[in-house]
Ligand binder design. Sequence first.
Ligand SMILES: [Zn+2]
Length: 397
Amino acid sequence: METTDAFVGLECVDCAATYDAADEPHQCPACGGMLDPSYDYDAIDLDREALESRPFDSQWRYAELLPFTRESAVTSDEGATALVDCPNLADELGVERLLIKDDGRNPTGSTADRGQSLALTAASQHGATDVVLASTGNSGQSAAAYAGRAGLESHTYVPSRSSFTNKAMVNVHGGEMNVVGGRFDDAVGAYEEGLAEHDDWYSVQSFVTPYRHEGAKTTLYEIIERLEWSVPDIVAYPTGVGVGLVGAYKAATELQELGLIDESPALYATQAEGCAPIVDAFENDRDVHEPVETPDTICGELEIADPPASRRVLEALSETDGGAVATADRDILEAAVQVAQHTGLEMAPSAAAAASGVWELAERDAFDGDETVVIVNTASGNKEGDVLRSHLMSQGI
Ligand SMILES: [Zn+2]
């Protein structure tokens, strides 16, 4: 494999067993735990000036902190997305500064492109011919795009409720799409059956491949670098499986390890009330979630009733003195509309849970007025413009 100098291999987050990335591409063979790329940080010579001197052109500008070299990457220049100041929303919320990290500007319109770039780079280097995953939609679209770029076949299992755009674009990218009746858990079941029937399929499922959450960490690198290394008080993520938050917590830890920052931002998980297992666990001081029996939310990307890495997500929230907020679907959709009308930015319904969650914090008087708050927009609004418009129509507009 063409790995970077400081990348030492994969470590199990549960039993701490270590593996050579060339041999063990997926979950821990000893205990089934999630594997995490590890690095020799002393071997990384990276300071603020070195980073600032590089063009802000893709997530691969942080290659020293990624497992693979830029030259070997399967990449469409994902990352390097805008961090947009929204002063009128800051006034409305009563904070010093509100910014939206617009990861909807990635090649396939979602933050999933960061992790799929790494996952497909790994698949390619491991000699895979076919990749497979279950997806709520966006990560499947992204996998199909990067598989196509790498010359690999892709097999995506999505629940029937997944958006038309996601399904259409999986096909457009030449991927095989399997629409599974039911919810995300049913799609996961079908994916597991498909994987069991095909020895040569290679999983790019979140927390099955070690590389999806690894790519996600670059979002927080970019936020902090764009703020000229001043750490925001709060970074709010819409949270389904929790890839973004697990990545963000690792990013904050690494930037401190390298001496680039002194503290972590408080990380917040935002969910929809109809499916909020992380928020429920956080509010009840549990270190792992309880599955939601009957999930029900219009926000398909958030309808993850049984998130596999909740322990890691909850650790990210508690270790950064963060929090978790759930809001109602109508408030989430209204937040997407308000952001669109006041800033011009387009948030997908699920992503707008982060905006709605921050508004809820303001309602609870959580802010003093001097905070810098970042909302992560994980997907472009035009992926589900129909859902946003139907909200307007329900308001009689
Ligand atoms: Zn293990």
